[in-house]
Design a protein around this ligand. Structure first.
Ligand code: BEZ
Length: 212
């Protein structure tokens, strides 16, 4: 597989992880998933990232979302490194970290960008929906740690917009006003958005978040 685009099927796989052998689709069940890669164990930025993600596990769980990390390092390396993460970040990694030394997962998800590094995975994030389709991809370089709070924000938007004909504006956060998608006529909007809306332009109709 070259690289994955939004709406593509998220490739299934079975892999060794720090929590035993895991099949992706079975692990996710009917919920959402976050698969994120890091370049290398025992490196500084990755250490902060995996520690921070451990602190967000409950936030993901309330969104019916499971998380999985991956790099091409072997299992014994992951296991030794997890002790360092707990020691330095104050949090034990409480989600599986995939050992992918033969690059099966990295290749399926296009996580190796040869012109950046032909041996290490870049910092990819894939959000996988309950339908096992790719809902979001982001790619960061090795030198820049990600903002994982942004992934929570996007999940909130994805889960809201999966159930209502709305879109979320710039920098939107859970609880803020949303936008009625242009495909909904004013006539239909009356029934769908009983709280009403403000039309700044015919195509820009702002309404309170419908599920609040
Ligand atoms: C890091 O996590 O700090 C890192 C990993 C690979 C290359 C550069 C930095």
């Amino acid at each position: 597989m070259g690289y994955l685009r939004l709406g593509d099927d998220a490739p299934d796989f079975t892999a060794e992880t720090t929590e035993g052998k895991i099949n992706l689709y079975e692990y996710l069940g009917n919920g959402w998933g976050i698969l994120f890669s890091h370049p290398k164990d025992f490196t500084p930025v990755c250490t902060t990232e995996l520690g921070y993600m451990a602190g967000l596990k409950d936030e993901f769980a309330t969104r019916n979302t499971k998380i999985l990390a991956v790099s091409v390092d072997p299992l014994d390396s992951h296991e030794r490194w997890l002790a360092d993460i707990e020691e330095t970040q104050g949090r034990a990694v409480n989600y599986p970290v995939i050992a992918d030394p033969d690059k099966t997962v990295a290749d399926l998800y296009g996580m190796i960008h040869p012109n950046a590094s032909d041996t290490a995975t870049v910092r990819s994030v894939f959000v996988i929906g309950p339908d096992k389709k790719v809902k979001l991809t982001i790619t960061y370089p090795a030198s820049t740690g990600r903002n994982f709070d942004e992934i929570l924000r996007v999940l909130d938007s994805l889960q809201l917009t999966a159930g209502y004909q709305v879109a979320t504006p710039v920098n939107w956060k859970e609880g803020e006003d949303v936008i009625i998608v242009p495909a909904v006529s004013d006539e239909d909007a009356k029934a769908k958005f009983p709280k009403g809306w403000k039309a700044l332009k015919p195509y820009l109709r702002v309404t309170p978040q419908p599920n609040r």
